[in-house]
Design a binder for this molecule. Structure first.
Ligand SMILES: Nc1nc2c(c(=O)[nH]1)N[C@H]1C(S)=C(S)[C@@H](COP(=O)(O)O)O[C@H]1N2
Ligand SMILES: [Mo]
Length: 397
């Protein structure tokens, strides 16, 4: 009996289900044949749409063949339905307060002119990307593969802003607040916190994405960029930094975006475990071409293309399997756009047998971390950090 079938059976009796809870968990692959909406959102091409209030948009998998994702195809995720519909760039200010020597209120002009500009190509990926692979289904948006994208971000170092304000002795945490709700100490506004130790020179407050102003839905006019980290802390429409001595125990830090604090970061359904925040992204590759269900001509020249990334160690290799994971061959890696960016890959072959076949991709990074088979990934209640070997089923005709 397959594990998945077993789960259905064990659900019949609650006692039985509890006794075999470990076996009840199965991992599949993210669903990737969802419909693209007919209506586009502002500055976006039509995308897979889960909700319009708040806007929840997914990038179709077929676009993951280039090192950078165009702004109008970039996915969108907001928690609050009330996001400002108008921002006046002349009046907008980013405020710095809390445990600082000097409170700041910086205009966009000042940010662009008075601070050293820096640029970084980095992947922005929701921790819940691929959640639809987890069975039983964890709560949350049932993302397929496309709650991710890679952009070239331009902005200023967060450290430079904090230095200008001057930290008071004992300052340890920084809270980040977006424009969509203002009151900082009331939860559950979307506020994130970082410890000062996490704020290296690579963390920036960005005002440009791929050479343009940030799109409104991706956080115009300013957002936090934390290369290598899942994007739950990449606060959009960033308008306030509050420095504190103590960790504030905010809703989105204490309850959301956490995984079990054990070696496999997994748990049984219903099991209560100690948790920790999701931070660094694990190694992953996604096949952009061919699309699932594509028909390939027998003996034609097929070029498999996709993207791979991790938390910043950098991609060492991507391997392709055409025989269900028994044997693997190395793909050719594309241009290196930096250690936090997508690394594109390509692999050519000629299909020699008619009928259904699978194409798999597996990434390995410079730290020796290898993308696992879906079956080897443990289940977690939030449905976070899915990074199974990508599997695309096609048909040779
Ligand atoms: N202000 C604000 N910033 C936010 C969020 C939000 O709801 N509000 N959601 C976070 C989460 S969970 C994700 S996945 C990313 C999505 O970024 P994007 O919409 O640019 O793709 O924004 C992050 N920053
Ligand atoms: Mo997210």
């Amino acid at each position: 009996m397959k594990r998945r079938d077993f789960f259905k059976t064990s659900l019949i009796g609650a006692a039985g289900a509890a006794a075999f809870a470990t076996d009840a968990v199965a991992i599949g692959h993210p669903v990737d044949n969802r419909k693209i909406s007919d209506i586009p959102f502002p500055e976006k091409r039509p995308l897979i749409t889960y909700s319009d209030r708040p806007p929840l948009l997914e990038t179709p998998k077929e676009y993951f063949t280039c090192s950078h994702t165009p702004n109008d195809l970039f996915f969108v995720r907001w928690h609050m339905p009330d996001i400002p519909t108008h921002i006046d760039p002349a009046k907008f200010r980013i405020n710095v307060d809390g445990e600082v020597e000097k409170k700041l209120s910086i205009s966009l002009e000042e940010l662009k002119n008075d601070f050293e500009p820096v640029t970084v190509s980095a992947v922005l990926q929701c921790g819940g990307n691929g959640r639809s692979a987890f069975k039983p289904t964890p709560g949350g948006i049932q993302w397929g593969n496309g709650a991710m994208g890679c952009a070239k971000w331009k902005g200023v170092r967060l450290r430079d802003i904090l230095e200008r304000a001057g930290l008071k002795p004992g300052a340890e945490w920084v809270g980040f607040n977006g424009e969509e709700k203002a009151a900082y100490y009331k939860t559950p506004n979307f506020v994130r916190e970082l410890h000062l130790d996490e704020i290296g020179d690579h963390v920036i407050v960005a005002y440009e994405m791929n050479g343009e102003d940030l799109p409104y839905l991706n956080g115009y006019p300013l957002r936090l960029v934390i290369p290598g980290y899942y994007s739950d802390s990449w606060v959009k429409m960033l308008s306030r930094l509050t420095v504190t001595k103590e960790y504030q125990h905010l809703f989105f830090m204490d309850y959301a975006y956490r995984v079990p604090d054990n070696k496999t970061e997994s748990q049984k359904p219903g099991e209560k475990v100690k948790t920790k925040p999701i931070t660094k992204m694990n190694v992953k590759s996604v096949i952009g071409y061919p699309a699932p269900g594509a028909k390939l001509y027998h003996k034609s020249h097929v070029v498999v293309r996709g993207v791979a990334f991790d938390h910043g160690a950098g991609i060492r290799k991507v391997e392709i399997s055409l025989d269900g994971g028994k044997s693997w061959e190395e793909a050719q890696l594309g241009e290196d756009a930096g250690r936090y960016a997508y690394r594109t890959f390509r692999y050519s072959f000629k299909p020699i047998a008619h009928g259904k076949m699978t194409i798999m991709s597996r990434a390995t990074n410079h730290a020796g971390e290898v993308q696992p088979f879906a079956e080897d990934i443990g289940w977690n209640a939030g449905g976070y950090k899915y990074n199974g070997i990508d599997v695309v089923e096609v048909e040779v005709v």
